[in-house]
Design a protein around this ligand. Structure first.
Ligand code: FEO
Length: 395
């Protein structure tokens, strides 16, 4: 299944319909590994696919050209979902030159035996002429690995953007105007939150330099290709890079005997003000991927856990550890939860929130064994505080 982006520029990747766990990322809608073939006087393969799908890639390429006709293989990113097929591809096309930057070469040498590979090291601003078309390289370090790179084809106003602007979304369609835009944007948001969020400052800088490129099409390495909704995804990336909040309250919790659950629902009640979106996530019936996605644009977050063994519950700890690594910035919130004869759950959450430099709106809200009517009233008031603060932060 090859799809034409421009004359003699084709998608030759693989649609992974069944994957549901992508190194821990819950890929509810599968994913794609996008690779592209640019045929000109010289021919270039832009990236490869995950190792198990190398034969699919080679078959897609062979449908368009003889393998011996490939001159360059560009590696925009060394992560194995895009480089895994390289050993077999390089063996199948021994005359091809691998094109990558210095850091990519170092990473590839850590994964594979590259001693026999012909490699051309390029850097930002370098170009390779294919004939009528040119490959122009733009290094984008830490978007999201040190060696990440874009490849731009100025004659076609086409940007191969690697993971940036991607989505884990398996579809039979290849372009953004062929599938549901709201689904694509939702998957792009989830992707950004889980993969790119720690590097917001780099994203902002990259968007600034990308603004200097004339772009009519963005071909990422996962999901749909952007050709009709480029302003929308650019604007969304601009907002996400700054962690710009919406008037949105998130209440995340784990509970043993539903005392913390009862508190969470009282906070939800108090936070449900007009003009404010409120979401309640019970950690054990959700997943880390969704928690990260919903945190990206939430202005305020209440995080709760019952006390277990003088600390928080293990899934609450997992969620906070994951969030801390993703560094969602500029949030405000508070901790809550229940305890019995020992203390420590809400207090441990409070410490995490402080470590993430969130604004702490109040001391941890606690209930011993079961929340009393007074505590539930306090929860409603705290919910209202969250909603009011969310509106302020989103202005
Ligand atoms: Fe899709 Fe960072 O690899």
């Amino acid at each position: 299944m090859n799809i034409t982006l421009r004359e003699n520029i084709d998608w030759v990747g693989y649609v992974d319909w069944t994957i549901r766990d992508f190194h821990g990322y819950r890929t509810e809608q599968g994913t794609t590994y996008n690779a592209y073939l640019v045929r000109d006087e010289k021919t270039a393969l832009i990236d490869t696919v995950k190792a198990p799908y190398r034969q699919h890639l080679l078959r897609n390429v062979l449908a368009l050209t003889a393998l011996s006709g490939i001159d360059y293989i560009v590696c925009n990113h060394a992560e194995p979902d895009h480089s895994g097929a390289l050993p077999e591809v390089m063996a199948a096309i021994p005359n091809a030159t691998l094109v990558c930057d210095q850091k990519c070469r170092a990473a590839l040498s850590g994964y594979y035996d590259i001693s026999d590979w012909r490699i051309r090291i390029i850097a930002s601003g370098d170009t390779i002429s294919l004939g009528r078309r040119t490959l122009q390289f733009v290094e984008t370090p830490m978007l999201h690995w040190p060696e990440s790179m874009f490849t731009y084809v100025p004659e076609e106003k086409l940007l191969f953007s690697m993971d940036a602007f991607g989505q884990h979304y398996a579809t039979s369609q290849r372009f953004d105007d062929e599938a549901s835009l709201s689904n694509i944007m939702a998957e792009a948001r989830t992707y950004y939150a889980n993969i790119v969020m720690p590097y917001g400052a780099r994203v902002a800088a990259t968007l600034k330099s990308a603004a200097g490129l004339d772009i009519e099409m963005i071909a990422p390495s996962h999901g749909l290709i952007w050709r009709s909704h480029i302003p929308e995804i650019m604007k969304a990336y601009g907002n996400w890079a700054l962690c710009r909040p919406k008037p949105k309250v998130l209440i995340i919790y784990d509970t043993m005997w539903d005392s913390t659950g009862e508190m969470a629902r009282a906070i939800l009640e108090g936070a449900s003000l007009p003009g404010v979106e409120v979401q309640l996530i019970y950690i054990r019936s959700s997943n880390l991927t969704r928690i990260a996605a919903e945190s990206l644009d939430a202005a305020t977050i209440a995080f709760g856990s019952s006390t277990l063994n003088s600390g928080m519950m293990p899934m609450a700890a997992a969620a906070l550890t994951y969030l801390k690594g993703l560094r969602p910035a500029g949030k405000a919130g508070f901790a809550f939860g229940s305890y019995g004869w020992g203390r420590g759950g809400p207090e441990a959450i409070d410490e995490y929130m402080k470590a993430m430099k969130w604004e702490i709106l109040r001391d941890p809200l606690k209930a011993r064994y079961r929340p009393t009517a007074e505590i539930l009233d306090e929860c409603r008031s705290a919910g209202k505080l969250l909603a009011t603060k969310a509106k302020d932060l989103a202005e």
